[in-house]
Design a protein around this ligand. Structure first.
Ligand SMILES: Cc1cc2nc3c(=O)[nH]c(=O)nc-3n(C[C@H](O)[C@H](O)[C@H](O)COP(=O)(O)OP(=O)(O)OC[C@H]3O[C@@H](n4cnc5c(N)ncnc54)[C@H](O)[C@@H]3O)c2cc1C
Length: 280
């Protein structure tokens, strides 16, 4: 069966960033992504841009899209309005997230009066409006969770409220993914799990992202990246090598979908997909 490949972009801040996004998307069109997802900035900072970029992607390329949405800083009524705008723009799939408080994923969650406090509540709202809803899942555990069991209960709640697919945080160890699949099976959660892959291109960024997201960087992988940290070409080459190896291990255990965090740049994702020989 054909491996499903999807890619993620963030809404750029300025014209230059936007040119970069359209150029990356054009470069990635030849791998025929099954969908493109567009993130939603911290604190709702990209609300209008997420909507515009997501609808323009479908208009320009015909590729299916998933628009992200978070609960941060918005009332329930405002979230409903944003979802209505998504619907009017022809967007039918969303990734429903809680989002992070300004102090980061480990910081104390700050409720918005009349807002939503957990992703499952946003899942419920979006599903009740007819959206196909996806959620986040964390192979190495969510940074604020007390245990992996809590993460599974959280995922179950999101699925019980209408989520049909889950995209994971980036990770490096195939065993984290296998453990997640087993726990999801054991809890009889019926959800399509899609592993999130980040081909590393910058070591400082890798360490910052991993700290924020709770991703564990295996010692041997960290050492290999740190050894070439000052050579951007070598980092990019190693990033592709490490991501290709992880993807191959996932394909070998029967995983049928891969989601790439592109950071609005195409070469690394294109190379990994070419190495795997999964899309023409
Ligand atoms: C693929 C992917 C895409 C992402 N895209 C974005 C994006 O576009 N914009 C953005 O700002 N962030 C994004 N994030 C980050 C995400 O918003 C953060 O990781 C956030 O901290 C958690 O969001 P969540 O949807 O998993 O929250 P939740 O599922 O609500 O979980 C958050 C925490 O609360 C706990 N929890 C959940 N429900 C309950 C409950 N009922 N009682 C007690 N505790 C509970 C959970 O166990 C967990 O520790 C993304 C993450 C991933 C993996």
């Amino acid at each position: 069966m054909r491996t499903q490949v999807s890619i993620e972009f963030f809404p750029p801040k300025d014209e230059l960033g936007e040119e970069k996004l359209w150029s990356a998307l054009a470069q990635l069109s030849d791998i025929s992504p099954d969908f493109v997802s567009v993130t939603y900035g911290a604190g709702g900072s990209t609300r209008d841009r997420t909507l515009r970029i997501t609808s323009e992607i479908t208009a320009r390329t015909g590729i299916a899209t998933v628009a992200h949405l978070t609960c941060v800083g918005a009332t329930r009524a405002e979230l409903r309005t944003i979802l209505e705008q998504y619907q009017s723009a022809g967007i039918s799939r969303v990734l429903a997230l809680r989002g992070d408080p300004p102090s980061g994923p480990r910081g104390e969650w700050i409720s918005t009066p009349e807002g939503l406090n957990h992703a499952h509540e946003l899942v419920h709202l979006a599903a009740s409006m007819g959206f196909e809803v996806g959620v986040a899942v964390f192979p190495d555990g969510h940074p604020a969770s007390k245990s992996k069991d809590e993460d599974i209960e959280t995922l179950k709640r999101k699925v019980d409220n209408g989520a049909s697919f889950a995209i994971s945080q980036f990770f490096f160890d195939v065993q984290s993914w296998q453990r997640l699949m087993m726990e999801v099976d054991r809890a009889q959660i019926k959800v399509r799990l899609i592993p999130g892959i980040m081909p590393v291109t910058n070591v400082k960024q890798l360490i910052r992202f991993a700290e924020l997201s709770g991703t564990e960087i295996p010692h041997s992988i960290r050492q290999r990246f740190e050894a070439v940290a000052d050579d951007s070409t070598a980092v990019a080459r190693l990033g592709v090598e490490v991501a290709t190896a992880l993807c191959q291990e996932l394909l070998d255990i029967g995983v049928g979908a891969l989601h790439f965090f592109t950071l609005n740049s195409s070469p690394a994702t294109r190379e990994v997909v070419a190495n795997l020989g999964i899309h023409s």
